[in-house]
Design a protein around this ligand. Structure first.
Ligand code: FES
Length: 576
């Protein structure tokens, strides 16, 4: 039987022999592109998040050149284009506010242009989900290439990890245990090469998710940014995307329910960031996969953390790569029956074909499944009258004895209230209290800031207290740790029970029973609800307004309601 030839999108632009074809080609020729590049070969968009305001992605011009080389080697025609880049450390009030905006940029940039497939250059936290969400809504062939983690931070003879060590050092500075000079010295030692945060924070987690989902090449998660093999990976992705276009393998053939289930288990095995919960749900809903918060709890049960990386452990991404990287973890999962082995990946092989023979070179970094680093550490989804729509906790980053706890609430109405009072020596708080932070969810902040891991009061830090139960509708940096309940649904600004908590109320957390309960009578809560007033958004115009009016709750991926789903690669109106 004759194989059906799928016409390329780009032919609708470059294949025309009329005035429009002249215009499409002629303007591209202005930089020396010869006529033979318009002979119907696949046009590959390289979607670049390079920006000096996104330090983690500042080497992406080099990565893009390697992708281009691969595309040309495979007979494709590469065209690089920029999209909104989200720098986690720079963007205020939080990069998460703009994840959905960036995804719109990606979606429309792909759909509106003559590209047959795309390579997505991703790195810093939000750049991975925003590009995958946008590409998923267009559903063209796509490969994500992560920029890779930085080399390990080195400070006075010890390894220091992005974020994780910052949290610890800032607590030490506040407690008067280190000097400002030491603090400044550590800044220079921590981030000493190109790349993204090198703990198992959100960027490393999402790079691992790219590999586990099969939407990146094997090895994508951990090759250091400055290792030549990162450039080789980019080049191979450039070659491979041309084949994906020719084989008509669009993103929806890779991003299946099985792929997401593999990724959820991989997240548990790497001790990955809670942010992955929101991002994966958002990506799944774009491509049309029904992924729910409950799936995280169901699939994470019985999965152990195998990877001894900060913030749950002691090593960094560079060590992870030398020990075998994500392939060694996926092999462990597959050998234990915890992987859908037939899930297809972008290199044309199944996830199991890619990983079944992966070696492990260091069992202190990557533990075997039958002797794990930490047991039963999948993300737990809590319910109760405080969060009927769900909330999450990462048990691997929590203090075990606090996973079952009852305490008196100390309430902060918003993040400003928290900053105003937390250093007050007169604050009535002890280590048994439950710290409650309101109005930091998707609508309330807005943008769902990473403030859920509230720093502890200095007076308790000085007494040697290292962890307390903290609950909020916020997110937590993937590099942070502690007994922190996050993503509460409904959030306070949407009138959830969290909005009704008052100082002195008793709160009960029981992670083994997946419960989070406010021990206040229903009648009293109804009375408080009647008196509750919806907080005013801080800015009522432009994108902020659009966001607050349309953002969904965390259990639905905090996407904008009108962006859920995919509209495909066709340009709906075209008068050319
Ligand atoms: Fe970019 Fe951490 S700040 S990955």
């Amino acid at each position: 039987m004759k194989k059906k030839v799928i016409p390329l999108r780009s032919v609708q632009w470059f294949g025309r022999q009329d005035i429009y074809g002249f215009i499409y080609r002629s303007w591209v020729k202005n930089r020396g592109v010869p006529q033979d590049q318009f002979d119907g070969r696949p046009v590959i968009g390289i979607c670049n998040t390079y920006s000096e305001l996104t330090p983690c992605n500042s080497h992406f011009r080099t990565i893009a050149e390697h992708v281009k080389a691969g595309v040309l080697e495979a007979g494709g025609f590469p065209l690089e284009f920029p999209v909104m880049s989200l720098g986690e450390t720079m963007l205020r009030p939080t990069a998460m506010l703009y994840r959905n905006l960036a995804s719109m940029d990606v979606e429309e940039s792909i759909r509106g242009n003559p590209v047959d497939g795309v390579v997505l250059l991703v790195g810093c936290d939000k750049t991975t989900p925003s590009l995958l969400m946008g590409a998923a809504s267009v559903d063209v062939p796509a490969i994500a290439v992560s920029g890779g983690p930085m080399l390990s931070g080195k400070y006075r003879g010890t390894d220091v990890g992005s974020g994780t060590t910052v949290w610890a050092m800032s607590e030490e500075l506040r407690a008067g245990k280190i000097s400002l000079e030491e603090f400044h010295e550590a800044e220079s030692c921590m981030h000493r090469s190109h790349g993204h945060c090198m703990t198992m924070g959100t960027a490393s987690t999402m790079a691992s998710m790219v590999e586990a989902l099969g939407v990146g090449m094997p090895g994508n998660a951990a090759i250091p940014a400055v290792d030549a093999r990162r450039n080789v990976l980019a080049r191979m992705a450039g070659r491979r995307i041309v084949a994906l276009v020719k084989e008509n393998i669009s993103l929806s053939k890779i991003l299946t329910k099985k792929a997401f289930e593999n990724a959820i288990r991989a997240n548990a095995a790497i001790g990955g960031s809670t942010n992955a919960v929101i991002h994966l749900i958002a990506i799944a809903r774009r491509i049309g996969v029904d992924l729910k918060l409950a799936d995280w709890d169901r699939l994470g049960r019985g999965v152990h953390t195998l990877v001894n990386l900060m913030p749950s452990g002691k090593y960094l991404m560079e060590d992870f790569y030398y020990a075998g990287g994500l392939p060694a973890v996926l092999r462990e999962l597959g050998s234990t029956g915890l992987l859908h082995k037939d899930a297809m990946t972008v290199n044309g092989k199944t996830i199991w074909e890619n990983n079944r023979d992966a070696p492990c070179h260091n069992r202190d970094v990557i533990f075997p499944f039958n002797k794990p680093f930490k047991k039963n550490t999948g993300i737990a989804v809590l319910r109760g009258n405080l969060c009927p729509g769900g909330a999450v906790i990462k048990p691997s980053a929590a203090t075990p004895r606090l996973l079952r706890h009852r305490g008196r609430a100390v309430v902060f109405e918003n993040i400003e209230d928290f900053h105003r009072r937390i250093d007050d020596p007169g604050l009535e708080i002890d280590e048994k209290c439950v710290m409650v932070l309101k109005n930091c969810g998707p609508r309330g902040y807005p943008g769902m800031a990473e403030v859920g891991n509230m720093p502890l009061p200095p007076k308790l830090l000085k007494r040697g207290v290292t962890d307390m139960v903290r609950i909020s509708d916020a997110r937590m940096s993937g590099t942070a740790y502690g007994t922190v309940v996050l993503h509460m649904v409904p959030e306070a600004a949407a009138g959830g029970a969290l909005a009704l908590v008052r100082n002195g109320d008793l709160i009960e957390l029981d992670v083994s029973r997946r419960r989070l309960q406010l021990l206040v009578a229903e009648k009293e809560l109804l009375k408080r609800k009647k008196a509750w007033k919806k907080p005013k958004p801080p800015l009522a115009r432009g994108y902020w307004r659009l966001y607050v009016e349309h953002v969904l709750q965390a259990d639905q991926g905090a996407d904008l309601d009108f962006l859920v789903g995919r509209s495909g690669p066709l340009v709906p109106r075209d008068n050319h």
